[in-house]
Ligand binder design. Structure first.
Ligand SMILES: Nc1ncnc2c1ncn2[C@@H]1O[C@H](COP(=O)(O)OP(=O)(O)OP(=O)(O)O)[C@@H](O)[C@H]1O
Ligand SMILES: [Mg+2]
Length: 464
């Protein structure tokens, strides 16, 4: 619940605002002059301050100054008499959020207050997320605060210092390569090379020479001696990406290397000892591949001394806001844009999405949004079209009515009215009769709701 401090020397004004905002669901405190107001401020933080300007003892501008010093994120709204708009302008220059001249409409004040509070909420949320980006919620270049990722981070720290092979499993785009890199960077091998080979991208005939090197003249095109990745990674780590795609013939050779810690250069007879930590990654179900005869069981056990499984992003939605801010920061910097916030509506849409492409897909979505966005923060309009459809939080047409038409026929208007009546009733029930909220829930305007209430002759259709 938001706390509002109202400062005015005029009792009737204080009371009117107090009663009104309590009715709107806020927690309200009042002070009858600037000095008392400042005293209240030093007792604790408010979410919003409304202060009169001209008051005996301490002027509203002094309150404003003090409030900004103590709580720079608390918006201050100032009230002035018609005659003194000049001071109001001064207040705005000093950082007041907005002002209204007396006399005013309560609805107008209410809207300004809601807007100021929403802005504050956004700033605080962004700030806390930015802070979270910096501490324990990261390992290497990886970000995550979900319990699943926290467990993974601990595991990474624990195994980094060991020498064992590691198998990393997870859907595409979940961050397998980042994990491999983090393991390397946290190990004492960190000053030695970290090399990556994508086993799926290299033709079978070349894979062996790529991994173990070849002697000049061994095959057409081998015009030079060439060092393989195992030798190049000596002392460091080698990521065998997409290991599930490695041909069976290569699997045998790899197994021999892992067992003997020696490689045989193609076209040479002697063996060379290598010290390489092998990290393998795949988005396939490797056990199933073993069962299907496409992956050697002995190699599987060699690689799988320790296995890490990366959960898909949809199973750790609490990571989404953090990742959004991470990418926001990265791409805003890259594109030279001053963009560090995202509107709640846009965040909501992202939270409801299932990300089959995982973190990579989220990164792409934010990159696109930052490129397109021309306002100061990411709005829902800048997300891809599939994230803009009405609300991803609301499910489509709850329990659509049965679509059979009985022999005797139906009364279409009656059926539709009935459905409409039930949905409106449900929305009003859920919002405790709050019509503006109910209209929002139904995706229609307040006017439209009022019209329908009258049309359907639903109770309480007169008052707002
Ligand atoms: N936890 C994370 N924090 C920050 N960025 C992440 C995280 N996980 C993944 N990424 C980013 O998402 C993208 C995909 O990650 P990565 O390449 O490691 O995925 P992968 O599992 O290897 O995918 P694939 O199976 O398609 O190769 C990269 O740009 C990476 O930087
Ligand atoms: Mg990868």
């Amino acid at each position: 619940m938001s706390r509002i401090l109202i400062i005015d020397d005029e009792l009737s004004m204080r009371e009117m605002l107090e009663i009104f905002f309590i009715g709107e669901g806020y927690e309200v405190e009042t002070a009858e002059d600037g000095l008392m107001g400042i005293n209240k401020l030093s007792e604790g933080e408010f979410d919003l301050i409304i202060t009169d300007l001209r008051m005996p003892k301490t002027h509203g501008l002094v309150v404003l100054e003090r409030a900004q010093m103590l709580y720079p994120n608390t918006p201050v709204l100032v009230m002035t008499a018609y005659a003194s708009t000049e001071t109001a302008v001064k207040a705005m220059k000093m950082g007041a959020e907005d002002y209204f001249t007396k006399p005013f409409q309560l609805d107008e004040v209410k809207a300004v207050v809601a807007k100021a509070l929403e802005k504050r909420r956004l700033i605080l949320e962004n700030r806390s997320l930015r802070r979270e980006l910096n501490d324990r919620n990261r390992t290497g270049d990886m970000i995550g605060r979900s319990p699943k990722m926290q467990v993974l981070f601990k595991l990474i720290h624990r195994i980094a210092s060991t020498k064992t092979n590691v198998l990393i499993l997870g859907e595409s785009g979940t961050g397998k390569e980042l994990v491999a890199r983090a393991i390397h960077d946290l190990s004492e091998r960190k000053h030695k090379p970290f090399l990556v080979i994508n086993c799926a991208a290299i033709p079978e005939q070349l894979l062996e020479s790529e991994l173990f090197g070849h002697k000049r003249g061994t095959f057409t095109g081998a015009t030079h001696d060439r060092e393989g990745l195992f030798q190049a990674a000596h002392g460091g780590s080698l990521l065998l990406d997409e290991i599930g795609e490695m041909p069976l013939s290569m699997q045998v050779k790899l197994l021999r290397v892992l067992e003997g810690r020696k490689i045989k250069i193609v076209g040479e007879h002697r063996e060379i000892p290598v010290d390489v930590r092998v990290i393998a990654a795949t988005n396939r179900d490797l056990k199933a591949e073993v069962k299907a005869g496409r992956f050697r069981e002995d190699l599987f056990y060699r690689l799988n001394v320790i296995s890490l499984e990366l959960p898909p992003l949809r199973e750790r939605p609490t990571d989404i806001p953090l990742l959004v801010h991470h990418f926001l920061r990265r791409y805003a910097h890259e594109f030279g844009k001053d963009l560090s916030e995202i509107e709640p509506d846009a965040m909501q849409a992202l939270l409801g999405y299932d990300f089959s492409g995982n973190v990579r897909e989220l990164g792409n979505i934010i990159e696109r949004a930052v490129a397109l966005e021309e306002s100061g923060r990411v709005r829902r309009q800048s997300l891809p079209p599939f994230l803009q459809a009405s609300s991803s939080v609301a499910t489509p047409a709850p329990e659509a009515p049965a679509l059979e038409i009985p022999e005797a026929g139906i009364n279409l208007e009656g059926v539709v009215d009935d459905l409409e009546r039930r949905l409106i009733g449900e929305a009003l029930k859920r919002t405790d009769g709050h019509k503006k909220e109910a209209a929002k829930l139904l995706g229609i305007s307040f006017r439209s709701l009022r019209y329908r209430l009258t049309k359907l002759n639903i109770e309480g259709s007169s008052d707002p």
